[in-house]
Design a protein around this ligand. Structure first.
Ligand code: ADP
Ligand code: MG
Length: 235
């Protein structure tokens, strides 16, 4: 039994459904998802466009609520938490990485990375120190003062990963993180995720590309709002 199999689940989804309503029209984007992810796993959630991946990401990230079913994050029932408790568990458990990097263009790399710590009320000196450490960890120790526009796409995504890591969350939740990157930068960011996972970080990577998904150690396929085929990735 591997370490992951004995680790407690970070994510437990059971019978999760999500219905979008606009006026009289309803659309069921998730139609009964059961999924368990354990600490230290590297899981790819893969499916074609429109299959429900971003909806699932929003649920996993506590950015949206489920219509039916249950979601336990780090053992806590997400539906039962109020706004303040949700913000607390989200900050503790999850670092987000998005397709479009979502960096502030007028701020230097380290100022982008320290932002989550500003919201968490961490003092100025500690913020600077921890932002520098996070940037060193993603290989950008020499780019602290560069603005996003002075960095390549791959480097910008590394800054975004540093920002996701700076609060020391349990897991990284990434939605199409290589979607805007060329093949060199894609390999660069996937290499970084591998390093982070090797160091014990849980990674959940959402993608529509098999080539990207194959870097994970477990592949979960989603289609039409359902999991079709949870399977180990062939080595
Ligand atoms: P993916 O990320 O896999 O491309 P999404 O989760 O974004 O898929 O969307 C899944 C389905 O739900 C799509 O058919 C999409 O049109 C629909 N959908 C997504 N968001 C909304 C919304 N806010 N209102 C109505 N339908 C939505
Ligand atoms: Mg999407």
């Amino acid at each position: 039994m591997s370490a992951e199999q004995s680790a407690p689940p970070v994510i437990e989804l059971s019978g999760v459904r999500k219905t979008y309503r606009s006026g009289a029209i309803e659309f069921e984007a998730l139609r009964g998802i059961d999924l368990e992810i354990r600490g230290g796993e590297y899981v790819a959630i893969m499916g074609p466009s429109g299959s429900g991946k971003s909806t699932l990401m929003n649920v996993l990230g506590c950015l949206d609520v489920v219509t039916a079913g249950s979601y336990r994050l780090a053992g806590e029932d997400v539906e039962e938490l109020d706004e303040a408790e949700l913000a607390r568990i989200r900050n503790r458990e999850i670092g987000f990485v998005f397709q479009g990097f979502n960096l502030l263009p007028s701020l230097s790399a380290w100022r982008n990375v320290e932002l989550p710590l500003v919201y968490a009320g961490v003092g100025k000196e500690e913020r600077r120190e921890r932002a520098a450490l996070a940037l060193e960890r993603v290989g950008l120790g020499d780019k602290l003062d560069n603005r996003p526009g002075e960095l390549s796409g791959g480097q910008q995504q590394r800054v975004a990963v540093a920002r996701a890591l700076v609060g020391e969350p349990t897991m990284i939740l990434a939605d199409e993180p290589t979607g805007n990157l060329d093949s060199v930068s894609t390999a660069d960011v996937l290499g970084l995720f591998q390093e982070l996972n090797d160091a014990g970080r849980t990674i959940v990577l959402i993608t529509h590309e098999l080539e990207v998904a194959q870097h994970a150690s477990r592949l979960v396929r989603v289609k039409d709002g359902l999991i079709v085929e949870p399977s180990a990735v062939a080595a």
